[in-house]
Design a protein around this ligand. Sequence first.
Ligand code: BV8
Length: 247
Amino acid sequence: MTAPFPIVILTGAGISRESGLATFRDPDGIWAKVRIEDVATPQAFARDPARVQAFYNARRAQLRDAAIRPNAAHLALAGLAARWPEPVLLVTQNVDDLHDRAAAEAGPPAHPDSALLHMHGELLKARCLRCDAVHAWADDLSATTACPACGEAGGLRPHIVWFGEIPLGMDRIEDALSRCGLFVSIGTSGQVWPAAGFVAQLRGRARSLELNLEPTEGTRLFDEARHGPATQLVPDFVATLLRGAGA
Ligand code: BV8
């Protein structure tokens, strides 16, 4: 029996792949069909807002498809947070709401400091460039959409962190990385910074584990790496952890 410890988990697009959402850098991924520079930078939005809004409107609409649901990996992580007596910070690079929906199904976390943090923003939220208000948003956005807070039209953008913008929650993430006993990276190619640099910040203070379909460029930085589909690796990982702590 081992005493429970704080955990930081980082997820990427690979954890949502078996729910039917495309990843970014796999051969059939999003960046194989559209260029980052055309749809995922502030410059792209300034240059052609309609094109950027259409890119996110299509991905937002996909989340409204009843077939897109949390998978066993999302549910296992939500179950861990609901039972683990120490803080679990689940940091996701994903902008889908599958972790949120899994958490709603699993119930409240066991520790008050456990949380889900979308460091790259959320597809189902919009932010007003005029008044900075952030709104839950499940429908399309366009240049004529008015902000519910200030009433201005044309200023609503996806609440997404684009390349060149500062990720959300970095202070909380850095603090959790400095306190955790275990860092687990799940379903990410480890090619986007600053998330790709989290494992190096542990400096041996915590155990690190990579769960991914295949080895990544960062695999060598981890104490241990297991390769296979997230829906197999993650439930097994969580079950073993909970059994070991008797949680
Ligand atoms: C920042 C938007 C400063 C939402 C995303 C030049 C100019 C400006 C910046 C830079 C620059 N050069 C480098 C940078 C930094 C830049 C960066 O990292 N660029 C890369 C391309 C080199 N980063 C930034 O700009 C960031 N901001 O640096 O600000 C700063 C930093 C810190 C503090 C202060 C200031 C902002 C980065 C955020 C950009 N926005 N998305 C959207 O449209 O979705 S990033 C995008 O990539 C997504 O969010 C995605 O989540 C993220 C990471 O990708 P992954 O999730 O890893 O997905 P990927 O397809 O790559 O990999 C999937 C993996 O899953 C694979 O390994 C695969 O094997 C595996 N897999 C597949 N199926 C399964 C599976 N695993 C398990 N089971 C399966 N079934």
